[in-house]
Design a protein around this ligand. Structure first.
Ligand SMILES: Cc1cc2nc3c(=O)[nH]c(=O)nc-3n(C[C@H](O)[C@H](O)[C@H](O)COP(=O)(O)O)c2cc1C
Length: 219
């Protein structure tokens, strides 16, 4: 059975446009009779604690993986290990990831555990998996209306690759502070791209219904 780890962190919580679109993706297998489970990590409702001195010392020292100082890090990495798909909904905050998600990164990217330091650089130790990232933003950073830089996408791509996750696709919801019509246009355009990517059913039709592996994230 497919297991998706769903991470979200908008201050708008369940009202966030990115969150609502992510829910449509998560509901898709159920609507098509596919068996799937979801592990949900809500970094807004349950914010991670700031990094402690103990954690930083353990991280940069020769510390066993089962050391109590790694408890939070271990549980977040376990969520990654117990899933085979990753769905992340990220609002853009000051051109990059929200602080809540940066903390998740700082717990999950751990030397000797999720990556190894080699002569050739950092090598990921976690299994690759199909990963979808929804990025919502008030303004525009891709396309002809772009007026700001996007540090979020290259950064997240690099961080995930560091721990072994390379199969990553970004989908953008842009212009969300430009009024209702702009929001509708952004959501419709994002839905179309998700349909083209096989993440939402086109015309409400399941592609190959009632099969456990019915939805191919890469078609
Ligand atoms: C602290 C903060 C910083 C923001 N920085 C940016 C930014 O750099 N670029 C941008 O286009 N929008 C920025 N926004 C707007 C948010 O990206 C936008 O309101 C949000 O992504 C809406 O998506 P959601 O409904 O999924 O939460 C910022 C919002 C906040 C609260």
């Amino acid at each position: 059975m497919r297991r998706t780890l769903f991470i979200h962190c908008s201050p708008h919580g369940e009202a966030a446009h990115g969150y609502r679109l992510a829910r449509e993706i998560l509901d898709q297998p159920r609507r098509c009779g596919d068996a799937a489970t979801v592990i949900e990590r809500d970094l807004t409702a349950a914010p991670l604690p700031p990094l402690s001195g103990d954690y930083a010392t353990a991280l940069t020292g020769d510390t066993a993986a089962d050391d109590a100082r790694f408890a939070m890090s271990e549980s977040l990495i376990a969520e990654l290990e117990h899933s085979d798909r990753l769905l992340i909904s990220l609002p853009m905050h000051n051109f990059t990831v929200p602080a809540a998600f940066k903390l998740w990164i700082d717990y999950v990217v751990r030397i000797h555990r999720s990556f190894a330091a080699t002569e050739d650089g950092k090598v990921g130790l976690l299994a690759d998996r199909a990963t979808t990232i929804l990025v919502s933003s008030g303004g525009f950073h891709h396309g002809e209306r772009a007026f700001q830089l996007d540090f979020l996408s290259p950064y997240v791509e690099h961080v995930l690759a560091t721990i072994g996750i390379h199969d990553v696709a970004f989908h953008y919801l842009q212009g969300l502070t430009f009024g209702e019509a702009a929001v509708s246009a952004a959501v419709d355009a994002a839905r179309d791209r998700l349909k083209a990517a096989g993440l939402l059913a086109a015309g409400g039709k399941c592609r190959t219904p009632m099969r456990p592996d019915a939805i191919d994230l890469h078609s």
